[in-house]
Ligand binder design. Structure first.
Ligand code: HEC
Length: 156
């Protein structure tokens, strides 16, 4: 009896950290990006350096900066565009106004799908590395610290 009820709990406890540690760009993140983000952030979109030269024009064409490779994506996680991915994809549940980032809606067609994909992105960056901070102090919030940067995982 005891064994029966304890086993599923143990399985959950043992799987949770493994899940977080095993999330990789190649296995988990690229497929989500390909399905949900590539239409506006794919190879047809401008490199961020070019995007910033004429943001208004590209936004009108529904083109965001290109994020079609690992290198082009982590630009928006650690540096130079520190925290951009986390601010834009956040589900907002940790905020007082519960307002999600403006790219959260693209994570899926249903609440369940958006939450599942959000959790994968969060596990990929790292629960503890999931910060909204910028590189420099902004809006009264200090810039990211070295210790906080070290919590970012983004495994390839
Ligand atoms: C319908 C088109 C569209 C889709 C789909 C889309 N985006 Fe975007 N995204 C944009 C546009 C346009 C911008 C630039 C305007 C803005 O900053 O909101 C942008 C901006 C961003 C930024 C901020 C970039 C910066 O300059 O700091 C991030 C990060 C981002 N998107 C991530 C994603 C991710 C991840 C997905 C998939 C889950 C996604 N987007 C899906 C159109 C889209």
């Amino acid at each position: 009896m005891l064994k029966k009820s304890v086993t599923p709990l143990l399985a959950v406890l043992l799987c949770a950290p493994a899940f977080a540690a095993d999330v990789t760009y190649q296995k988990d993140i690229f497929p989500i990006w390909d399905a949900q983000c590539s239409a506006c952030h794919g190879a047809q979109s401008p490199y961020i350096g070019d995007f910033l030269k004429d943001e208004g024009k590209y936004i009108k064409q529904l083109k965001g900066p290109r994020m079609d490779t690992y290198a082009n994506l982590i630009y928006f996680v650690g540096w130079p565009d520190t925290g951009a991915l986390m601010r834009r994809l956040d589900d907002g549940l940790g905020r007082a106004d519960r307002k999600p980032g403006n790219m959260y809606e693209h994570l899926g067609d249903t609440d369940a799908e958006r939450q599942a994909n959000f959790k994968l992105f969060k596990a990929w960056v790292g629960e503890e590395g999931w910060t909204h901070k910028h590189w420099d102090a902004a809006g009264g919030v200090p810039g990211i610290s070295r210790a906080e940067l070290e919590k970012i995982k983004v495994k390839y």
